[in-house]
Design a protein around this ligand. Structure first.
Ligand SMILES: [Zn+2]
Length: 244
């Protein structure tokens, strides 16, 4: 598999006795899907469906997909093998401070991040900035009208809408003003929206040396077999690994 390539590079670096491991080029042909979450997480069905979806996206794009629920995989050496770290309603709340530092170092070395739905860690400000917005609350799941408002990135412009989707729509606080909004939800189309006229539910951005894509939709497992939804997830992964 292509994933062997960075290992070879790494081995050579180690044989050379160099300590510049993080300086190696980030591989763009492999992704790391982290699945560990807190006990009794209601998103477990979505996480399981997400694993299948990401594996399929990997096959279609010739990307090696490593699926792991081991927090110890968040170390500098391991993460340097991947073009992006993907989390679907699983998140860094299960990581200790050393593992969080390794993830931060990874992003600062040019790594990619894909976050889907429930991934907040409000006790980690740097990480919440990486996402670019903080989920505050949400009304009961219901149908809402979603529109593609992306401009300037062909990956996302290819999709069009509008799109009616039943989901759990997060209200956000602390939305960074430099995010590139891909999807916007019309708050007039459902009840309980509290953000504003421009309520983003999907966006991407560069942050602290890395690339970040966030898709707030995805509470239910059926999303992960929906073609429109999967197109956004796929293009988000491609963006994160640098194929924009
Ligand atoms: Zn949810």
């Amino acid at each position: 598999m292509n994933v062997l390539k960075p290992i070879v590079v790494l081995s050579v670096l180690l044989m050379m006795g160099t300590s510049c491991i993080v300086a190696q080029q980030i591989p763009i042909d492999s992704i790391f899907l982290f699945t560990k979450t807190t006990p009794n997480n209601i998103h477990r069905p979505a996480i399981e469906a997400g694993i299948k979806a990401v594996k399929k996206i990997g096959e279609q794009n010739k990307l090696y997909v490593e699926v792991s629920d081991n927090p110890e995989d968040f170390n500098r050496l391991n993460l340097s093998r991947y073009g992006a770290v993907v989390m679907i309603s699983a998140g860094p709340r299960v990581l200790d401070s050393i593992q969080k530092d390794a993830f931060k170092e990874y992003i600062r070395s040019g790594g990619g991040f894909v976050g889907v739905h429930s991934i907040a860690d409000r006790n980690w400000p740097w990480y919440m900035s990486l996402i670019g917005g903080t989920e505050a609350n949400h009304p009961e799941p219901q149908e809402g009208l979603v529109t593609n408002v992306s401009k300037g990135n062909l990956l996302f412009e290819a999709e069009n809408g509008p799109w009616i989707i039943k989901d759990e729509f997060y209200n956000f606080r602390d939305i960074h003003n430099d995010i590139n909004v891909v999807l916007h939800i019309d708050e007039a189309s459902y009840s309980g929206g509290e953000v504003a006229k421009n309520h983003p539910v999907c966006w991407y951005r560069e942050y602290d040396g890395g690339r970040s894509f966030y898709l707030a939709l995805g509470h239910f497992s059926y999303h992960y077999t929906n073609r429109t939804y999967l197109n956004y997830l796929e293009n988000g992964i491609l963006y994160a690994i640098g194929k924009n």
